[in-house]
Write a protein that binds this ligand. Sequence first.
Ligand SMILES: O=P(O)(O)OC[C@H]1O[C@H](O)[C@H](O)[C@@H](O)[C@@H]1O
Length: 529
Amino acid sequence: MDATALWQRYQDWLYYHDSLGLYLDISRMGFDNDFVASLSPKFDQAFKAMDALEKGAIANPDENRMVGHYWLRDPDLAPTQDLKQEIVETLEKIETFTAKIHQGEIKPPNAAQFTDILSIGIGGSALGPEFVAEALAPDHPVLNIHFIDNTDPRGIDRVLAKIGDRLKSTIVLVISKSGGTPEPRNGMIEVRNAFSAQNLNFAQQAVAVTGVGSKLDQQAHAEGWLTTFPMADWVGGRTSELSAVGLLPAALQGIEIREMLAGGKAMDIATRKPEVKTNPAALLALAWYYAGNGKGEKDMVVLPYKDSLLLFSRYLQQLVMESLGKEKDLDSNIVYQGIAVYGNKGSTDQHAYVQQLRDGVPNFFATFIEVLQDRSLPSIEVEPGVTSGDYLSGFLLGTRQALYENHRDSITITVPEVNPEIVGALIALYERAVGLYASLVNINAYHQPGVEAGKKAAAEVLELQHKIIQVLQDAGQALSLETLAEKAGVPDQIEAIYKILRHLATNQRGVLLVGNLAKPASLMASIHW
Ligand SMILES: O=P(O)(O)OC[C@H]1O[C@H](O)[C@H](O)[C@@H](O)[C@@H]1O
């Protein structure tokens, strides 16, 4: 396409949101008008499905749940008065609680004021808060946030070591919608143990964000934690950033949560329009469908040219891949859907994998995120007439151009600056795009049956661990792995047994492995009394 035609195409497809100052450019995706027309019936369906979902239809048939994250930004849309009230009251409670914490009205027993936040959660209960903290926390926040988002003992130690003796002034948020996920439960137990070690009272510094009546909720009430915030069953984990899950940690850091919600609401209004060309989420869904042939054949590489948006791609990984990565469509056909998401930030990544993007296997489309404002204050020149920000901007434009020249498609989102309103809007934009795309490819975006398989398998491994330790104890002598597997009644699990024993032996857990480590079959296992 020559420069004039390309410039025309750019203008024809450019989307601009006036009040947000947000641009979306899909002109560098190679679709044509016939393609757009061919998707029109699917989009009509998708808009209808989205409308029904917003009105409270059971949009997650497997779990018999409504999908109401849009109501969080506009409680008037909630299908019942009770739901509306629940949203409004939770928001008010977050603000009142936060104000009391900031003013020292609610304070830890052994310090004048809270200084730090320790947020324990995983998946949707961590990725949004982590992304938002990185994007929006002030340089010197009212409270410094730390995250435990795994069950890695060393990772937990590291976070606790950083907090050190400020544990006495740390407010602990345990965030888990189900209230039964093992990783945050383990994190909580470890942190509680650290509190005991410093003679501190965990309950007096702990807050739960969880489903009403969950195990965690019951524990928090029974033990008299500082307070609890509800997580509604109609908000999915990966779309929970603008619920208490994300708003509470954000507010505690001093981030303007009402602005995040306003940005989300403004974007929701824009993406509710049942017309592809003027609806930015529909434009994104169209571009994704085009790139991957409606089958996720190309990966989504997310490249914000702004350090503060570093975690956006990680956040989107869950939102997109957990929503779209499905074996079956809504008619139970095997479809193996999904779009792989990865990314980090520019221009940093230009010195890592962008080489492959430009010249290597063309199995991706890029999404550039451009932030117009370099910094709030004027910049110095790093060479005559040029600032660091000019470089950043030049690198983005240059990479976009270099990809285009080599027939690599890209989308560009441009925002004026990274502020709470824009972050809220970006979250809402992608939530809606994922919902629309799911309709286009006829899948349920709101369940995650695959995640259960991994959890179940992990539970079985732990059960096997109990079993083999029992067998070893009963045997009272060293056993070969084969004999051990036989005695445990699981001769087909010998490899798993070997790996469990190797882990236990490494961690001084009372198991001794003797023999040639290079030849697992030669090993003898015993209990080390
Ligand atoms: O918030 P929780 O109930 O602890 O769940 C945390 C995460 O658990 C699972 O991995 C789900 O697939 C995620 O969607 C969820 O965000």
